[in-house]
Design a protein around this ligand. Structure first.
Ligand code: ADP
Ligand code: MG
Length: 604
């Protein structure tokens, strides 16, 4: 059974892009300051220049110098690793248009250094598989877009079709008829991504406006089968959602009426629903979480307070004119930190495609080896799983020469052929068979009639043709099996790991550095917290000291205070004996009552 994991928070990181050329040329001032070692960000509020900068602390923050690779190693690597173990994982890029959401998710494809999360995850997934042992993997990808509450399959040939969300009691929410491509390599899955990216702009009159108003979700499903301790085959399924959200900037409300207003509302719907879901999840009072309010929140329900690990990247710009949006994004991100998820490994789900593949392969193999030969060859270019999800089976390698892998079938065929050959020889050599002319055929006027020998030979020829056909079918069957098996990936077999030892060592080192950075940041953040409480303590002390001073002064002033105290009415209460003040305050109190020079707070 799936092991329930304890709750864990959504991880939120902030990334600030560099000033762009125009901003630099226009001499815009930067309002963002980041302490990447502490995960702290400060934003100067240009509306109230006198105010101190607003500061926020996140799991980590990335400034304009951040490298795609560092972000990946430190923030996404572990998430993708857990997807490979059968957890669901979601990565959101949130923020105003033009702040780097697409740069973070996709990156610049021509430059390996500038590749974003999505292509880097492909690399990690296939590398992991190539290094695995005794496991079988099936990787598939889907790509969809939500625009004005319509779901479009970015991998479908028909880009005018809109898809619906459906729900099944066992497997939850899914997109009906969403296509999904089984991919065997980084190259194949990258191709799938490019096709989807091209389709994003199909029908969009203004690509920039379109991409800033639509949500794009790239989904990779990784299924892994392995023999468990119980000697049974178990399948774990991890799903990775990579979400490039619509721009978070407020849509201009002014002037929009009628259809245009409706359009503006629809554009905002999924994003505002996302915001409402986050609010409801973190306020601790809501019993109802409004997932059903939008397509996005319904589809990603698991990623928000459910069975998934989630990372949110809040993208911001550095310049002063973005200050308001930047602060809005940071407040939003700050709330998202408090969402608690309960991720668990998805084991043996009913809809595992890998199981279907394994069963189908076993069935075909069975057909191949059965003496009776193949009954019929099932051609399934497009398959539909139980969710109605269409699995495209791009049989690109179906034409390869098959048959060689099944010795049994080959032997069977050879045996049949030699039997036929022998039979033929026997007929030809049989002298008891004579060329008799049938009386009835003569009467019907046939000039030439087959002799008995010829008839036998004719039958034999037919048998031979049947055998040929059977052989062809068997060959086709083995090709099919081969093609299906080739989609099931196994470490060291059908994927070649091109990385050498040196590269692997480098990767390992990168992971270690990322981990070290994380630990250091955590320690710094904890120290910061301690320092803050020390400051608090000092403030408490200061006010207590003041109180003591005031009281001492009053006491010194005269006896009237004492008299008042002596005139107190009879007490009806008891002395409270428990700890009246928190130990920390008590310590400060004790300290305050000591001689001034003996005061020592927090060891200083
Ligand atoms: P969004 O998807 O949020 O609208 P983009 O990813 O399209 O924003 O980024 C806008 C522009 O800024 C692009 O030209 C992109 O290459 C550039 N950019 C964004 N983030 C960075 C970064 N961290 N470093 C360098 N260039 C960046
Ligand atoms: Mg974008």
């Amino acid at each position: 059974m799936s092991k329930p994991k304890s709750a864990e928070c959504v991880k939120v990181v902030v990334r600030c892009r560099p000033m762009n050329e125009k901003e630099t040329a226009d001499h815009h001032v930067g309002v963002v300051e980041m302490d990447v070692n502490k995960g702290v960000i400060a934003v100067k509020n240009i509306n109230n220049p006198g105010d101190p900068p607003k500061t926020f602390t996140f799991d980590s923050v990335y400034d304009w110098n951040s490298k795609q690779r560092d972000l990946y190693d430190e923030t996404f690597h572990d998430l993708v690793e857990s997807v490979l173990q059968g957890f669901n994982g979601t990565i959101f890029a949130y923020g105003q248009t033009g702040t780097g959401k697409t740069f973070t998710m996709q990156g610049i494809k021509e430059d390996p250094e500038l590749r974003g999360v999505i292509p880097n995850s492909f690399e990690q997934i296939f590398q992991h598989i190539s290094r695995s042992q005794n496991q079988q993997y099936l990787v598939r990808a889907s790509y969809l877009e939500i625009y004005q509450e319509d779901i479009r399959d970015l991998l479908s040939k028909d880009q005018s079709k809109r898809l619906d969300l459906k729900e099944r009691p066992d497997t939850g929410i899914y997109v009906k008829d969403l296509s999904s491509f089984v991919t065997k390599s980084v190259k194949e899955i990258e191709h799938v991504m490019h096709v989807g990216n091209q389709n994003r702009s199909v029908g969009a009159t203004n690509m920039n406006a379109h991409s800033s108003r639509s949500h794009a979700i790239f989904i990779v499903t990784v299924e892994c089968s392995e023999i468990g301790v119980d000697n049974e085959n178990h399948i774990r399924v991890g799903k990775l959602n990579m979400v490039d959200l619509a721009g978070s900037e407020r849509q201009a409300k002014t002037g929009a009426t009628g259809d245009r207003l409706k359009e503006a509302t629809k554009i905002n719907l999924s994003l505002s629903a996302l915001s409402n879901v986050i609010s409801a999840l973190v306020d601790g009072k809501s019993t109802h979480i409004p997932y059903r309010d939008s397509k996005l929140t319904r589809l990603l329900q698991d990623s928000l307070g459910g069975n998934a690990r989630t990372v949110m990247v809040a993208n911001i710009g550095p310049a002063s004119y973005n200050c308001d949006e930047t602060l809005t994004t940071l407040r939003y991100a700050n709330r998202a930190k408090n969402i608690k998820n309960k991720p668990k490994i998805n084991e043996d789900p009913k809809d595992a495609l890998l199981r279907e593949f394994q069963d189908e392969i076993a069935r075909l193999k069975n057909q191949l080896t059965s003496k009776g030969g193949p009954k019929k060859k099932k051609k399934r270019r497009q398959r539909r799983n139980k969710d109605g999800e269409i699995i495209e089976d791009d049989d690109d390698d179906d034409d390869q020469e098959g048959g060689g892998n099944d010795d049994d079938a080959e032997a069977y065929m050879a045996e049949q052929q030699s039997k036929l050959d022998e039979e033929k020889k026997a007929i030809l050599n049989d002298t008891t068979l004579i060329a008799e002319v049938s009386f009835s055929t003569l009467k019907l006027g046939y000039l030439s009639c087959p002799s008995e020998k010829e008839k036998f030979l004719e039958e034999l020829k037919e048998k031979g043709e049947k055998l040929m056909k059977e052989r062809e079918m068997k060959d086709a069957l083995s090709s099919k099996i081969k093609a299906m098996e080739s989609k099931l990936l196994m470490g060291g077999r059908n994927i070649i790991d091109h990385t050498n030892e040196q590269q692997r060592a480098l990767e390992q080192r990168r992971q270690e550095i990322a981990e070290q950075k994380r630990v250091e940041r955590e320690i710094k953040q904890k120290l910061e917290e301690k320092e803050e409480s020390a400051v608090e303590l000092q403030e408490t002390y200061a006010s207590l000291q003041q109180e003591v001073d005031v009281k001492t002064k009053k006491l010194k002033k005269g006896e009237n205070i004492l008299q008042v105290e002596l005139d107190m009415p009879n007490r009806t209460t008891r002395d409270y004996e428990g700890p009246t003040v928190a130990p920390r305050v008590q310590a400060a109190l004790d300290a305050a009552l000591q001689e001034e020079e003996n005061i020592d707070i927090d060891g200083r």
